[in-house]
Design a protein around this ligand. Sequence first.
Ligand code: FES
Length: 106
Amino acid sequence: MSDDFYEPYDRLVRLIVMGRAFDVPADNLLLRQLQFVAPDVGMGRYCWNGECRYCEVQYQAAPGAPEYTALACRIKGTQGMRLTKLAPEVKYNVAEAWAAAAPADE
Ligand code: FES
């Protein structure tokens, strides 16, 4: 897979996606970070500019932190971020990677 999609990064950060660990490039948009683990995201029907909302997620920045709704094409995932709910398009695109991912240590 080409790395052309990604902003430069010097490390991976661990996201917890519905209880599974996804190690993704730091300093990239969350939707790109998900694509790193789940290439099917590149086939999704995303606008990538904040209009379609197909990339909507709910997340906590850390365990016990407030839960927010955000667009994965507009925010960057950070170490320890927990994605608790995914829009159907995202869920569909990450399903295979999610099934193969290791359960996160909680
Ligand atoms: S990809 Fe369309 S709003 Fe994020």
